[in-house]
Ligand binder design. Structure first.
Ligand code: ADQ
Length: 517
C-alpha cells in the first residue's frame, strides 16, 4: 500500500524544518515515510502559470507534489470561500460568514484542478487521506474521474448542526460530496452527530449506526480526537529548564517572582483572545490582591491578515490590552503582554512550563493542541493548572482541567483565581490524570488508528495486539492506551503498564463528543 496525503498547504522539509514543524506535520510525514508515499497540495506560492505546473520533489521515499495558486484562486478558494465562509460557519459564527457565489465557484474550481492533477498520479493500491475544509469536494471530483481507491477525510475544525450549515447557500450540494469518502474523521462525537444529522436533513441521507448512505454511496463517520507528540514536547520542556532559549530567559528575568498566566494562539477570532484579555482584566479588578503579582503573556502571531475580520481582531486586541494596561498597570508592573510573533517549539515549551496557569479559552475549537502542549510541558513535581473552554474539542477528553464558559468573563476570572490558589497535591492529581489521557491518545495513536480504520485493518484479529508492543526503532512506543508513559516526579518518564481507566476508544465514544497559515 502507498499512502497519499492531501492538504491545503504542503511544506517541503529542509534540514531546519524538523525542529520547527508541528506534531501533525511530523506525524503525517512519518506515516508517509513508513509506507512510502506522496504529499500533494498548494505550495503556498502564487503564480500565473498555476494551471499546468505541478512540481515534484523527492525526499527519501516521499514525493512532494505541489502547485501554486493564481492570485484569483487565492482570493476565491482560500481567502474567500474557505476562510470567509466555511471557517466562520464551521465555528458557529453565522454573523461573520460572508458567502459570495464567485468564491464558491473558485473553491470548486481549485478542487477540480487538484483532482485532475492528482488523478494522474494515483496508483491502484494507493490509499488517499485528504485533510480539512478547503478540500471537502475533492473525493467527489476524484470519483468523477474514475478513482476507486479508498479515500478518507479528516475534518480538523468543528462541524455545526444542520441548522447552522444549512444557512450556507448550496450547503446540500457541498455536503453531499462528503459521501464520496469511505471514511470521514471528526474531532469529537458532537461533530460526528452534527455531520450525520446534516447528511440526513440536507441530503436525504439514511443512517445505519456509524454509516450513512447518500444516494448510491455509503460513508463511515467516526471521531478520532487528534493528539500531540506528548513525549517529544515533554522532553523539550524539560530541556528548557537547563538551557533556556533567549526569549524565555528574558521573560524569566523580567518576571522575577511574579506568577505567569500564558495564552498561545494564532490570532483568530475563534480563539477568544479579546474575551480572554477582558476576563484577565476582570480577574485583576475583582481580586486586587493579585495586582502586581501576576502577569498574562498572550502569544498571538497574526494569521490570514488579508481577511478583514483578522485585521480588525489585530487592532482590537492591541486596543483592549492597551486599555487594560493603562487602567490597571503600575510603573513597575505591566499586567498584560501581547506578543504577536511565532516562536520555536522549544521556546513555547519553556513558556508553558514557566506558567502557573495555561489559559486556553477558544469560543469554539475543533480540538486545540495548545491545551495538550501545556499539560505535556508541565513539571510533574510542581505542575501548573489548565483553564480550558468547554467549547474546545479538547474539553471532551481533558476533564480534569478547570472547564469554563469563555463567554462568561466572571467565570473565567474565578477560574484563574482558583488555579493560582490551588494546592500542590490537587495540581499534581489533575496533572497526572490529564497527562495519562493525552499520552494514551498521542499523535502516533491518532495517525495509526485513522489509517487502520481507512485501510480496513481496524478490528482485524492480531492488529491490536501487535500495536501494543513497543515498536523498536521508532520515536514513541505507545500506540494504544494500554501501555503509556507517565512522567515521574524527577521529571524522567517511565513506562507504566496498566488497565487504562480511559481507553481512547472509550473516550472518543463517550464524549458528546496540519498547523495551517
Ligand atoms: P489551529 O487552529 O491552528 O488548528 P491549534 O490546535 O491550537 O489550532 O494548533 C495551533 C498550533 O500552532 C499549536 O501546535 C501551537 O503550538 C502552534 N502555535 C500557536 N501559536 C504559536 C506561536 N506563537 N509560535 C509557534 N507556534 C505556535 C486546527 C484546528 C484545531 C485543531 C488543529 C489540529 O483549528 O482545533 O486542534 O487544527 O487538528
Amino acid at each position: 500500500m502507498r499512502l497519499i496525503v492531501v492538504s491545503n498547504r504542503v511544506t517541503i522539509p529542509d534540514r531546519q524544518e524538523k525542529a520547527t514543524a508541528g506534531g501533525l506535520a511530523v506525524a503525517l510525514r512519518e506515516a508517509l515515510e513508513q509506507h512510502g508515499g506522496l504529499w500533494f497540495g498548494w505550495s503556498g506560492g502564487i503564480s500565473d502559470a498555476a494551471v499546468h505546473d505541478i512540481r515534484q520533489i523527492q525526499r527519501g521515499n516521499v514525493t512532494y507534489a505541489v502547485t501554486d495558486l493564481s492570485e484569483a484562486e487565492r482570493q476565491s478558494y482560500y481567502l474567500g470561500f474557505s476562510n470567509r465562509a466555511l471557517w466562520p460557519l464551521m465555528h458557529y459564527r453565522l454573523g461573520l460568514t460572508d458567502f459570495q457565489r464567485s468564491d464558491y465557484m473558485g473553491y470548486l474550481g481549485v478542487n477540480r484542478r487538484f483532482a485532475r492533477a492528482l488523478a494522474s498520479l494515483i496508483q491502484l493500491d494507493d490509499v488517499i487521506w485528504i485533510h480539512d475544509y478547503h478540500l471537502i469536494p475533492l473525493a467527489a471530483e476524484l470519483r468523477r474521474r474514475g478513482v476507486t481507491n479508498r479515500i478518507g477525510y479528516f475534518h480538523h475544525i468543528p462541524w455545526p448542526s444542520a441548522d447552522v450549515i444549512g444557512a450556507l447557500p448550496f450547503s446540500g450540494t457541498l455536503i453531499r460530496t462528503i459521501a464520496a469518502y469511505d471514511l470521514v474523521g471528526m474531532q469529537t462525537e458532537l461533530d460526528v452527530r452534527n455531520l450525520i444529522g446534516g447528511l440526513e436533513a440536507l441530503c436525504g441521507g439514511r443512517r445505519d449506526g456509524q454509516r450513512v448512505r447518500v444516494g448510491t454511496r455509503e460513508t463511515e463517520v467516526q471521531a478520532f480526537p487528534i493528539g500531540i507528540d506528548v513525549e517529544g514536547f515533554r522532553r523539550l520542556a524539560t530541556a528548557s529548564t537547563r538551557q533556556a532559549p533567549t526569549p524565555l530567559r528574558a521573560t524569566r528575568e523580567s518576571l522575577g517572582e511574579r506568577k505567569l498566566v500564558v495564552g498561545v494562539d494564532r490570532l483568530d477570532y475563534s480563539k477568544g483572545i479579546v474575551q480572554r484579555l477582558e476576563a484577565f482584566g476582570e480577574f485583576l479588578r475583582s481580586h486586587p490582591e493579585h495586582r502586581g503579582k501576576v502577569s498574562l503573556l498572550q502569544i498571538a502571531p497574526p494569521s490570514r491578515s488579508d481577511v478583514p475580520e483578522y485585521a480588525e481582531l489585530d487592532r482590537l486586541s492591541d486596543e483592549v490590552a492597551g486599555r487594560l494596561n493603562a487602567q490597571l498597570g503600575e510603573f513597575d508592573w505591566t499586567p498584560i503582554r501581547v506578543v504577536k510573533k511565532a516562536y520555536s517549539r522549544n521556546a513555547l515549551a519553556g513558556f508553558y512550563r514557566r506558567a502557573e496557569v495555561g489559559l486556553v479559552t477558544p469560543m469554539r475549537d475543533g480540538m486545540n493542541l495548545v491545551a495538550k502542549e501545556y499539560v505535556a510541558a508541565q513539571n510533574p513535581a510542581d505542575p501548573g493548572v489548565l483553564v480550558l473552554s468547554r467549547f474546545a474539542g479538547a474539553a471532551q477528553q481533558m476533564r480534569e482541567a478547570l472547564i469554563v464558559n469563555p463567554y462568561d468573563a466572571h467565570e473565567v476570572a474565578d477560574a484563574i483565581r482558583t488555579a493560582l490558589a490551588m494546592p500542590k497535591t490537587e495540581r499534581i492529581r489533575r496533572f497526572e490524570a490529564l497527562y495519562t489521557t493525552i499520552a494514551a491518545a498521542d499523535i502516533d495513536w491518532w495517525t495509526q488508528r485513522y489509517l487502520d480504520a481507512l485501510t480496513g485493518r481496524a478490528g482485524v484479529p492480531g492488529v491490536e495486539a501487535e500495536r501494543e508492543k513497543p515498536r523498536t526503532g521508532t520515536r514513541r512506543p505507545a500506540r494504544t492506551a494500554v501501555i503509556t508513559k507517565r512522567p515521574s516526579q524527577d521529571g524522567k518518564s517511565r513506562k507504566v503498564s496498566k488497565e487504562s481507566p480511559r481507553k481512547p476508544e472509550a473516550l472518543a465514544a463517550s464524549h458528546l463528543a496540519v498547523v495551517r497559515p
